[in-house]
Design a binder for this molecule. Structure first.
Ligand SMILES: [Fe+2]
Length: 389
């Protein structure tokens, strides 16, 4: 994330003496991506961010995955998945490949302190409110927010109310980083005028969190599994930070759709890019306005990708009669041609606009099915394009 921010107190020059009120020195932590050759942040801690008192492996259940074989389009109903747990340990693994893990969460418990040591996490909040507490400060979230959590950011989920569970789609990059599409950024990283959103739409922590505590546990995800670190002092003891690397929120409601006289291709909806995957937002918009335009999408073969759509809100015009409902996920894999269900094209002809919200994830390598997919699949979806010829 190339947008420079500064929060709290920092010294005038980096890597110089920065004194506490008692005369001691604050300690620096430089978080630098790609071997300090990409975005970074410089954080100032009251204690030492390196002081560990204990390290232990955390046993986790092996998550069995199965290839999408025989190849078929699929429909998962996430709202049928078991509720409970917290946003770190309560994830239902839906789909996975070597680049990304896609999970769903529904629950009401706060999470433990946690950091993903492998790659960035991108979360879409389908429902509920709360706060992401991080070493950078607080980041409140609500329904419709995307949260980008850089790799190695220590954070925890604090949910507002057990009465209103938080539902979220979670993407974990298996190495690498998530950010705005490069084509929407200037050479220096500023959003360009043709971008569907810009710096003003991004929310980041605005004040240090400054929590005290001793012997604080943090779960760390690595490729080998989960480890529990016990830090001597609370890691949220940062008095200030600056840089271009931090967690931030972006509401899907701030995505300004790109429309045209005839049907626009999927990339106009792109919102983020990650290593070997992209994320797109379908939002309320005017339909195509050529007098003979067909608002429904054309049939298409996503030749080099698996296409995952998470249906968030509204009537999903192109999926008429397919059993798609709020919280549904469709998987249209590479090697399969798909399009509107029978009758959708005709039904769309006089439509002027849509009120739908949906999130699409396109991966560039095939996805396997996780336990959450097997537990929520509705198995008639592949036949929903049949109808009178
Ligand atoms: Fe599609």
């Amino acid at each position: 994330m190339p947008y420079y921010r500064t929060v709290g107190e920092i010294p005038r020059k980096r890597h110089t003496r920065f004194h506490k009120p008692d005369g001691g020195l604050y300690t620096e932590e430089l978080m630098g991506e790609e071997g300090f050759s990409f975005d970074s942040a410089l954080l100032y801690h009251i204690g030492r961010p390196t002081a560990l008192k204990a390290i232990e492996a955390v046993d986790g259940e092996e998550q069995q995955t199965t290839p999408n074989h025989p190849l078929r389009p699929r429909h998962f109903r996430t709202h049928q998945l078991k509720a409970g747990g917290d946003p770190v340990s309560g994830r239902h693994l839906l789909l996975v490949n070597g680049d990304v893990r896609i999970s769903y969460f529904v629950g009401s418990d706060d999470s433990p302190l946690y950091k993903n040591g492998i790659g960035d996490e991108l979360v879409f909040v389908e429902q509920g409110t709360g706060t992401l507490e991080t070493a950078f400060g607080r980041l409140p979230f609500e329904q419709g927010d995307y949260l980008v959590i850089p790799a190695s950011t220590i954070h925890r989920w604090v949910l507002d109310s057990p009465a209103e569970p938080v539902r979220a789609l979670l993407l974990e990059a298996s190495g690498g980083h998530v950010g705005p599409p490069r084509r929407y950024l200037s050479r220096n990283g500023q959003f360009l005028e043709h971008s569907p959103y810009c710096e003003r739409d991004l929310r980041a922590p605005t004040a240090p969190l400054l929590l005290e505590g001793e012997e604080v546990e943090v779960l760390v995800r690595s490729r080998a599994g989960m480890t529990r670190f016990v830090y001597q002092q609370h890691p949220f003891d940062v008095v200030g930070w600056d840089g271009c690397l931090y967690p931030y929120a972006f509401s899907i409601r701030d995505f300004e759709p790109i429309t045209g006289r005839v049907h626009q291709p999927p990339p106009v909806h792109q919102t983020f890019e990650g290593p070997n995957f992209v994320v797109c937002s379908f939002v309320p918009r005017l339909f195509d306005y050529h007098p003979d335009a067909i608002p429904a999408p054309y049939n298409h073969s996503n030749v080099d990708s698996d296409e995952v759509i998470f249906y968030v809100e509204g009537a999903f015009m192109s999926r008429k009669g397919a059993g798609i409902e709020q919280g549904s996920i469709s998987l249209h894999p590479g090697g399969h041609t798909h399009g509107p269900q029978p009758g959708s094209v005709e039904a769309s002809l006089d439509a002027v606009s849509t009120e739908e919200y949906a999130v699409m994830v396109d991966t560039f390598r095939p996805l396997e099915l996780g336990p959450g997919a097997r537990d929520s699949e509705e198995d008639k979806y592949a036949w929903t394009w049949l109808g009178a010829r």
